[in-house]
Write a protein that binds this ligand. Structure first.
Ligand SMILES: [Zn+2]
Length: 168
């Protein structure tokens, strides 16, 4: 399982809802959590490992790790700006405005419905990861000048020999 780097195609597609629950999904989620920890991330969405499916794993240090399947953000309140990065564009960071509080509906790995509210870092992670399921990255949420300069920074980084060595 490898992390897909921007702008590779899986990151720009709308992922399909999960309809089948079972060992295959559990195995993918477990492996994704491992990959996320190995890369010191706090969230990883299925499209980031090349799976065009609507689920992600995340771990806000203040709560337990979780896997959300077919997540929907059904309510948003307030706004907060915070720095974000992404395992698909490592070393690139930008301030992104997100809702401060959200209400989420999703399923867990067994298909059990969840309905909860989140705020702070967890709300930010869920918004960032849900965007991935719709083919969006965090740089789609910043102003055009920031977006251009960050994408340029990323292109240069990705093309640099040092980055190639780091990835291998
Ligand atoms: Zn991301």
């Amino acid at each position: 399982m490898n992390i897909v780097l921007y702008p590779d195609e899986p990151l720009q597609c709308v992922a399909a809802p999960i309809e089948t629950f079972g060992p295959k999904l559990e195995k993918a989620a477990t492996r994704m959590l491992e990959v996320m920890y190995e890369n010191e991330g706090v969230g990883l969405a299925a499209p980031q490992v090349g799976l065009a499916q609507r689920f992600f794993v995340c771990h806000d240090p203040e709560s337990d790790p979780m896997c959300l399947v077919n997540p929907e953000i059904i309510d948003m309140e307030g706004a907060e700006i915070g720095d974000e990065g992404c395992l698909s564009l490592p070393q690139i960071y930008a301030p992104v405005e997100r809702a401060a509080r959200i209400r989420v509906r999703a399923l867990d790995l067994e298909g059990t419905p969840l309905d909860f509210e989140a705020q702070g870092l967890l709300a930010r992670i869920i918004q960032h990861e849900t965007d991935h399921l719709d083919g969006r990255i965090f740089l789609d949420r910043v102003d055009i000048l920031t977006r251009q300069s960050k994408l340029k920074e990323w292109e240069e980084l990705r093309a640099s020999p040092a980055f190639g060595e780091m990835q291998s």
